[in-house]
Design a protein around this ligand. Sequence first.
Ligand code: 6PG
Length: 251
Amino acid sequence: MGTRDRIEIEDDLDRMAERAANLFLNAAKEKVDRQGRFAVALSGGSTPRPMFRLLSQDPYAAEIPWHSTHIFWVDERMVPFDHPDSNFGAAKEDFLDTISIAPDHLHPMPTWTKPEEGAEIYEAELKAYFDRFGDGFPIFDLILLGVGNDGHTASLFPGQRSLGETQRRVLNVKGGEPDLPRLTLTLPVLNRGKEVVFLVSGKKKASLLQAILQHKDPRLPARMVQPSSGELTWILDREAASLLNEEVIHG
Ligand code: 6PG
């Protein structure tokens, strides 16, 4: 199957956070130097939060070109932003409230409306941003993803119809932990990312990672992320990578 997995293994979640924050910083600088703008899509869940907290501190807070950065989300739970399950709320608390970024550079998914409407509104928001650059379909410079215990990524859950979507950029779905109505970017958006990075940590995810990276189980949504011309990187900690064989790790 398609894209090559580049696997990086760090000692623990703190080292992963540092690696991911550096990757964010480098991608932002490089893209802003080259094209004058940087568009990133962030994931929810607990794994990226130590990285988010680093982004609120120097050197990241000072050196990331926030003035040319636009931040979107790969998925969101349909709860108010001040709810503990809100992905936007978590990022706000972790770094968005601290950094110097213009409010109109933040693109949270709309949760104040009905889910179907929310998906349409966000689709229009993506269009409004990306169409200015003639890209048509959204092409993110960097997409950060996680993997849930059932192999889901963003809010694309195993066996759901959303996995077959080819036209829509955003869908409303239901599932996950917490089991809530959610909005999610679709595979055609994730697979157009220029740089797609999964962050996965902990022993609990070791056999799942083996299924994704070693057995390449095509039914797992995380395995369906195969950027057509972008790079696919997995930043793992030792525990999450503990069941992978050498051949998989070194490609
Ligand atoms: C969400 C996420 C989801 C997440 C995984 C991993 O909003 O639920 O975006 O796809 O990345 O469930 O979550 P953890 O990092 O908490 O294990």
